[in-house]
Design a protein around this ligand. Structure first.
Ligand SMILES: [Mg+2]
Length: 181
């Protein structure tokens, strides 16, 4: 299904733990930068980003930064991080993402995609056939009409996600009750 409905939604990237990714069989995370890890105004990774990245590294999860932003921005952010990165990634097109995975020797099925936008990040994951697509709430959106329009168009897919989660919960509770009897 190519609807841009994420598999998992989080509020912040810190909520995504190495254990969670490992349980999904994920060995590589294609990770957006802007509004996912930091705001557009943060030139460098924050302390929290650094801690999170090193926890993934410890768990042997490879992180590849995949950004539609320009070369200079991504280079500056990634400097000193010892990570592979792709600027001007052209998301939701997957040509560059696929190339980066090929170079890393990791199949899409062992990869998760993380970002804040359904029509770029989540679609990349879907088109790649990734193990999972993950989103976080955008840290701080620009207040342009274009961004507001995009967020408006995302709404039905987020609603779909929430309904699906609610159903899962209901089902989970029912089976839990059965076990108690
Ligand atoms: Mg973003």
């Amino acid at each position: 299904m190519f609807f841009p409905v994420p598999d998992y939604m989080f509020n912040r990237f810190e909520e995504i733990t190495p254990a969670f990714l490992t349980a999904l069989g994920v060995r590589c995370l294609l990770c957006d930068i802007d509004n996912t890890l930091v705001t557009y105004d943060d030139v460098l990774p924050t302390e929290s980003v650094l801690r999170w990245l090193s926890s993934l590294k410890e768990a042997d999860i490879l992180v590849i930064l995949l950004s539609n932003n320009k070369h200079e921005r991504v280079l500056r952010f990634a400097e000193g991080l010892d990570l592979a990165w792709v600027a001007k990634a052209g998301k939701p097109l997957i040509k560059k993402a696929r190339k980066a995975l090929k170079e890393a020797g990791i199949p899409p099925k062992r990869t998760a995609v993380l970002g804040d936008q359904l029509f770029t990040d989540v679609w990349v994951g879907k088109f790649l056939g990734a193990a999972a697509t993950l989103t976080v709430s955008p840290i701080r959106d620009k207040k342009s009409l274009f961004v507001r329009g995009k967020r408006f168009l995302e709404r039905p897919f987020i609603a779909f996600y929430k309904r699906r989660e609610a159903k899962k919960q209901k089902f989970g509770q029912k089976s839990g009750q059965k076990e108690e009897r």
